[in-house]
Write a protein that binds this ligand. Sequence first.
Ligand code: DHB
Ligand code: FE
Length: 282
Amino acid sequence: MAQLIGGLGTSHIPAIGGAIHKGLQNDPYWKPFFDGFPPIREWLAKEKPDVVVMFYNDHGLNFFLDKMPTFAVGAAPVYNNADEGWGIPTLPPFKGEVDLSWHIINTLVDQAFDIVSCQEMLVDHACTLPLKLFWPEGECPVTIVPVCINTVQFPLPKASRVYAMGKAVGAAIGSWASDRKVAVVASGGLSHQLDGERAGFINKAFDLQFIDSLESNPEWATQFSIHEIVEKAGTQGVELLQWLAMRGALTTAAPKVKRLHTNYHIPISNTATAAMVLEAVG
Ligand code: DHB
Ligand code: FE
């Protein structure tokens, strides 16, 4: 069976794509953010996953406000990136892991998660930037399964439901008849609010508590309603749900996880950024 080796998390602010394009990684504004990635790259170079399951939210590229699935799973052989209007260069297509996609889709539907399956799917900055940050040079060496969770248009799935969905994805990975190594990735957050009276809102205390909870008490965040998460983390800070799904997958895969690395930095654009590696133990 396939092996789920660990989970990674990162923020996905579009301006990161511009900074990579312009080679600004050592610029004083960007350095504290990019410094979070060499330890992640070292872990990836050592562990060599073959496949990444990416928990992320689409921001209007593939799904717009007229059609917004709560959960959608990609089942495409190839995923194209496209211009979202942020002025960042588009990245070359990413290869899909179709067999795992269908195994995840079948497992989720069997466990009563009524997802949308997508045999064609454009992927936006939230899916592409983590892959570019993890593997900055050359072609992306992993195949991917994008799992899209709506954190954009209300009503949003509640934290406990997202955590349960992540657990079901973990069960699917663990029962996939393959000898491949799989890593799960969370893209988004942490606290940020781009709109309204509280634009620029950041909550460091809450973010740090959330990061700590992911290692040893992953159900901590499931106590909060969506409106409480918006209050604590901001309207776009609800993207932390992606991290909860990633952690749910690890909960199924391993009795314990070990936090190998965290980077937390405020701000990039309007966002408190985090990057993390959780290794599955035992
Ligand atoms: C920003 C953050 C995001 O998560 C996003 O999707 C777009 C923009 C920002 O802080 O600029
Ligand atoms: Fe976002």
